[in-house]
Design a protein around this ligand. Sequence first.
Ligand code: TYM
Length: 370
Amino acid sequence: MYNQLIPNDFMTISEEEKRKVILTCAQPTGKLTLGNYLGAVRNWSTMLENHECYFGIVDLHAITTPTKPATLRQNVFDCVAQYVACGLDPEKCHQFVQSHVVGHTELAWILTCLTPIGELQRMTQFKDKVAKLGFKAAEQEGEEIKFTHDGARAQASINAGLLCYPVLMAADILLYNADLVPVGEDQRQHMELCRDLAQRFNHQFSETFVVPDAYVGETGSRIMSLADPTRKMSKSDENERATLYILDEPGQIGKKIASAVTDSEPVIRASPEKPGVSNLLAIHSALSGQTIDQLEEHFAGKGYGILKEELTEVITESLRPVREKYQELIQDKTYLRSVLAQGAEAAQKRAYKVLSKVYRKIGLPDRSKG
Ligand code: TYM
């Protein structure tokens, strides 16, 4: 199977590959949040002209939490339609589904064998996910973290995939020898692990992987929950007023912003003691392009009601073209399939080159020679 899929020209290095390679991914968990948009996808669309870009839809990551098969299939279509609607022109980049490309899980396994368990147990996102599933992180003992649990259901939910999640993410990146990985602030720790793994492999088996840099944008890289602005805005939040989605209708946007948490000091300024207001200003700034200083000046002497009204307008108008384009695209599954097929072909071509090299380096059969 692996052998048959290797393209004949897999060893030639094209001119294109000498350009910087950008790779990044998102999970297909339905609608993208405003955090995904401002911290990630919107930045990606500015990179298409001068780079070779690969944008993945990581369905294998999505199954680390229980997902119905039909929902997963639909979410992949929703995700690619949203990517294109947000400006990722398929003529200028490769959009692919992780499970369509051979190599992600193979490389993930190899990297798993280079990763101490303790490094994975220390990952903040792992601890957060475990805590959300009903566990409370208990004291750390040496390499091992112990968890006290609140119920059998939660215990059954902590699968090894959740622990190994960042290794699969590292494989997604290293499989393409990506130079740059644009992500939101929350992925920094995972990126550090990825860099460590690249260096560890290079040290042990000789120079193989590019050690990738994370690119975290200056604005929008950490959009917070509207209901609890000390936590990041997340798709998995149970409070439906906490998260804005890029496909929300204007009425929903208005309601969510109106109920966003602020504070009792009626002054519109950004500061660590005012996380709710700071978050609203950060969203405004990321969408309107005005600096926080300009916004503070603009809103001087005005109340939170005005801030929320104006912000609703800014969000609604910024997202209107995205929502309209998405509604058109999601009707055309043939087109979306063709985008993903083209993306998978290009991704596979690049992935095989790296995977083949890795296999040779570690003493596995060089499958490229048959
Ligand atoms: P995911 O699907 O949670 O999020 C996709 C992208 O959106 C960013 N993001 C945010 N940015 C600002 N504010 C927020 N509140 C916010 N929430 C999410 C994320 O930082 C991310 O850039 N592990 C990754 C998916 C992944 C990946 C990869 C990313 C798998 N393989 C390889 C890069 C490279 C994740 O769960 O993203």
